[in-house]
Every structure is written in C-alpha cells, then in structure tokens.
Design a protein around this ligand. Sequence first.
Ligand code: MG
Length: 362
Amino acid sequence: MKLNNQTSLMKTLTPPAHGIRLPRLLAGVLLLALAPAGRAQPDPNWIDHDRNRPQPPVVSPATASTQEQPGKPPSDATVLFDGKDLAQWVSMDGSPTKWITRDGYMECVKGSGYIRTLQNFGDCQLHVEWAAPLPAEGQGQGRGNSGVFLGLNRYEIQVLDSYQNTTYADGGAGSIYGQYPPLVNACRPPGQWQTYDILYTAPRFDAEGKLLSPARLTVFHNGVLIQNNVELTGPTDWIDRAPYQPHPEKQPIALQDHGNPVRFRNIWVRELGRPGRKELTLSPALLDSYAGKYESLEISREGSQLVARLAGRKLLLFAESPTRFFAKTTDVQIEFPGGGQGKPDRLIWSVGEGAHEAKRTQ
Ligand code: MG
C-alpha cells in the first residue's frame, strides 16, 4: 500500500479536533500495521505538536577534522580511538593487538590480524578516519587495503586506496565488498585523511534463527553519500555471497589487516534506538575459565557467550564487564569475584532481587 493511501486513511479515521487521543491512537496502530516493514512512522502515542512530548536530548555536535588535526566527537559518542591508545581494541580472539599507535593514529601491522572493539554495538552511527600509505604501493586490491566491519567480521565497508587505482567496482573504497560499488568515487590521494560516516542497522533474527530483516548500511565518504541505505544479501566475502547466519544484534566493530599499513584516527560511535546495557565480547579463554558447576547452577560456553543452566532453564548470558554477566530474557545477574585469575571458586547470582553465593563443585 502506498504512503498517500495511508495518509488519506489516517485523515478518514482521525477527527480534526485536537486532544482526542484514542481515535488517533487506533489510526496510528492501523497505520503501523499497514506500513512496509522497517519504514519509520510517527509515534501514534503523541498528537501533532503535543506540548507534553519529551524534548530530544541536547548534544554538542562534532567539530570538523582537518588534515592536520582530528575534530572532536559529539558529546554523546563512545570514543573508540582518540589517538592515545588501543584500550578499546583487541585481536579477534580477545588477546592484545600488535597494531601500533604513533603521533595520534593507529596503524595496521602486516600479519597481526584484524582488530575488534571489546564492546559490542548494534544499530549505530560510526565515524572512522583513515589514510592509505604514502607513497602508494601495489595495484588494485593490493593498494591501501583494509576494511571497516560491522557485525564482528561479517559486513565490510571496503577501505582501499581508490585514488587513480582501478579495481573491480564492488571492491573499491566505500564498496560494500562484493555487493554494492560506491555510488561515486570520492577518494582522496594516499597519505591524506579521509572520513567514513556510517549508519548501520543490524540484521534481526527470530528465536529460531530465521532472518526477519537484513543488515542495512548508509555511508558518506568525505561527506559525499556513497551508499544509500542498502540491504545486504548476507556477509560480505570474496568470490562468494554467503547466506545470513543468525547472530546477536550487538557485535564488535572490526578493522581489517589486509597486509597494508593503513592508518586510522578519530573513531567514535553513537548507539541508535534503545541501546540498553553495555555489552562486551570477551575472549574464549576467559569464558572457559568460568565454565563449570556451581551448586545448582551450571555454566558453559557457546561460541563467544556464556550459558547458564538453572532450574531446568537455559539462559544466554551477556558480559557487561570481564566479571559480570546478565541475561536479557530474565533479570538474572551473575558475577565471578576475582575472575581473570584462574578458575574462580565461586559465583554470586541473583534473579530479580537479592544475591546468593554458589561454590564451584566441578
Ligand atoms: Mg578490505
């Protein structure tokens, strides 16, 4: 159904007088039901120009970067790299990275592997600045190749020195690798700082792992729109369009080691929608140290997450710190005091209220 049909339907159902909320609410609900999946609609709980509607939070905007100096992130951003250290970044397995920092930037070290954020992010606005090596070396995919990944290592926005360097279109700078070439080539020469401003909508899966809505990306390269809300077919990959595999909505952000010393600076992210609690992806080695039986509780690891079995129920746990975990379906919290120094001998758990200690029995 077209939007203008919905608008006329809304007019039919909604009396002109202000202050009558129920008919407007019903019309709004109907409008939402008729809306194409994923299309935003005004919140039906508020009438037009409602004076009681909450004000948006005030944010100090970002300042622009120059070649000499990175700008300042907006006041509500999570800063992922401010030029000082790699405290927010680890290797993919959670161990310290060998990428280096120098003079306010970080640089990929060939053979050291991808790096990822410790923290997980779902829908977000992401700002990344990068510079390809000068002098330029190599050709095509071999020149200044890296990548910005959302969803851990699944969805790549290509980083490449595409300045006077031709490669296949869906592999150039700002391409959604193997799926969407950039709308235009807005690349600056190698050695110059460039910006990516990215809007990411994470894919959604139902409880059985069926895809409900695909990943979406919008990208501005040096302020120029190059990807306009494109729907990804699945993970980006070389010579393959693999189907989606279900994964949690929030995942780390990663940067690629493709063997070229690409530099990055001024990386920040703003979580969109309802961010909820901070989540981390911890190393499998740390998670394995927590696995075991603790009286009536059993803890095990499934992939990058812990699972608790309690009273015949299985609960997926999310890390909010290296020692504290929570579930999303029930207000369960579990803490491992002294975690990180070998296998803990006990845990503290609670459901909704109180707290109980359970000693490790196995
Ligand atoms: Mg790449």
